[in-house]
Design a protein around this ligand. Sequence first.
Ligand SMILES: *Cc1c(COP(=O)(O)O)cnc(C)c1O
Length: 397
Amino acid sequence: MKETPTRQAAAEAAGSAEAGPSHANRAGGLLTIDLDAVAANWHLLAGRAAGAECAAVVKADGYGLGAGAVAARLQREGCRQFFVAHLHEGVALRTHLLRDCAVQVLNGPLPGTAAAFEAHGLTPVLNSLEQIAEWRELAGSLGRPLCCTLQVDSGMSRFGLSAADMDRLAAEPALLDGTGPMLLMSHLACADTPEHPMNERQRQAFEQLRRRLPHLPASLAASSGIFLGPAFHYDMVRPGAALYGVNPTPGAPNPMHPVLRLEGRVVQERWIGAGDSVGYGARFTASGPTRVATVAVGYADGYLRAGGEHGFATWADEPSLRLPVIGRISMDSLALDTTPLGTRTLPPGTPVELIGPHRSLDAAAADAGTIGYELLTDLGRRYHRHYLERHDHGDAS
Ligand SMILES: *Cc1c(COP(=O)(O)O)cnc(C)c1O
């Protein structure tokens, strides 16, 4: 992967004060984020949902990869709708985006925060009659209409207006005075399981709820929902995880481009003999001469403790050899069995790949008993972050 000077700018856009080669030399772990792959993924998803607008969900700091850098790049690709979960995420994201981009906040306003949404140019997703009242009262006090998205609960019982709430809004349109709904959205519980009856059940429920407020543009699908077919696309799709390389079609080959590469750096190597143990709890005991490399990535960096038993690393010079993780993952380090490398040693500072071309994000997550989403959002703060951009698409501003 070749890099251009834009990566420095991207690192700064991501809010990383620590960019550049000296920081890379000091960090125990290296996170390489391919913004070209994020852009390609966005175009792939937009193509799958042709006819619908393709938004980008960048909550939880862009699923751990840097909301500012991701959103700034997708804005240059033509994306105009961005979703975060919390108000403060929206406030931070706004500074990276042009005014013509919408920043929607999925959780909506908590009591007393509506004015902050308006002040920062954020669009709330209103999930309850209480949130609608907050927004309506703000519009009334400002004496001008605002805009918002309304979310309905189509069966997930998490966020959104109930059928009874929607009946009430249909019967009393004044409840929406000044709130300016631009979009009606809902969210699918089982979209990653295409054959699950819940998908069609939720789509039908969404159809019913839409009839109470007809003519509003609609949005139902996130990453996996896009792959359920055109009936689920409506006017806007809201992918998150698939942008970052998570497989939106588990059980079938991943159509997305990998975005993330995680490398840890070797601190030291040693030989141990039969009967010697490794790590906390002495969970691994060598049965014969074994070479052990200590790598400066641990669970505090999001390399999950539960993932240790099945984990492995690869070294660039011998990429076909798996170097198994042995013993418990520590907070700041993990141990690899590097015996498979024979006489070749890994000098201090050598990077080994923990997630990347030789071990997919989804596989690493599955080995730790979780999903790619959680692995991404657990990535720690100690890595040197390196943003790759081969193509400079120029700045739209
Ligand atoms: C997180 C989220 C998304 C994005 O979901 P992915 O599965 O990551 O694509 C879309 N809509 C809502 C309401 C969400 O909470």
